[in-house]
Design a protein around this ligand. Structure first.
Ligand code: CA
Length: 243
């Protein structure tokens, strides 16, 4: 894990821009610096990968078409190495396959060039907001505990291994304990986009998550709320209506 003390010393969120179009890179650097962000820009895939692995960034803005490794490959490599920093991909190509490919490679958001800066900055703020509170505090609900720093989840003494999205989903539930979350809220928060087929994806992920959390015969914590969504109940109040 990269040392995070450096970024703690400087309160401004750190943003890495990986963009080979230098005019665009310097324009974005200027605009994001005006938003009180601490920005670093590099101009090829190799430098991007190196900077991302060695700096502790709060957000990476990653162009798809780059000399050397392309953005998809970099994104996959960063996720393979366990980096959880939000990644927003930029592409000149607006085709749906690219968008899906970007999200499949582990990106959190995808923006097509040309874009309005207002659009970019709104998304940057959303990604930073989502990341910040999660970065600090571990959370415990009943016998379930989640530590965002070590990315670990325990049910009592038992360690539960989750994929990145399952972890994000569980963290969202745990930070909103006893609150009913609609599928739309879950889709927007955990995947950052809405999609009419998203509800099935959410149900599938919730079922995976439940199976892992109940693997040793533990009680159910994530409950369906008919026609609305799901709720994670603190276990002492849990009623297995839908078990
Ligand atoms: Ca490019």
């Amino acid at each position: 894990m990269p040392d995070s003390r450096e970024s703690d010393a400087n309160q401004a969120p750190r943003v890495l821009i990986v963009e080979d179009e230098r005019r665009l890179a310097s324009l974005l650097t200027q605009q994001l610096t005006d938003l009180k962000l601490n920005v670093e820009a590099v101009h090829d895939g190799e430098s991007g990968l190196e900077a991302a692995l060695n700096g502790s960034f709060d957000l990476i803005i990653l162009d798809v078409m780059l000399p050397g490794q392309d953005g998809f490959a970099i994104c996959r490599e960063l996720r393979r190495r366990g980096l959880t920093v939000p990644i927003m991909m930029l592409s000149a190509r607006g085709v749906l396959e690219d968008r899906v490919r970007g999200l499949d490679s582990g990106a959190d958001d995808y923006l097509t060039k040309p874009f309005e800066f207002a659009e970019l900055s709104a998304r940057v703020r959303a990604l930073l907001r989502r990341q910040r509170p999660a970065a600090a505090l571990s959370v415990t609900v009943g016998d379930l505990s989640l530590d965002p720093v070590s990315r670990s989840v325990h049910r009592g003494e038992r360690k539960v291994d989750l994929t990145q999205k399952e972890f994000a989903l569980l963290e969202y539930f745990m930070r909103n304990v006893d609150q009913v979350l609609t599928r739309a809220m879950i889709g927007e928060h955990v995947w950052d986009f809405t999609w009419d087929r998203m509800t099935n994806v959410i149900d599938v992920y919730v079922n995976h998550l439940r199976r892992k959390l109940e693997d040793a015969g533990e009680s159910r914590v994530i409950h369906a709320v008919r026609g609305v969504g799901y709720v994670l109940r603190s276990s002492e109040h849990a009623h297995d209506q839908d078990a």
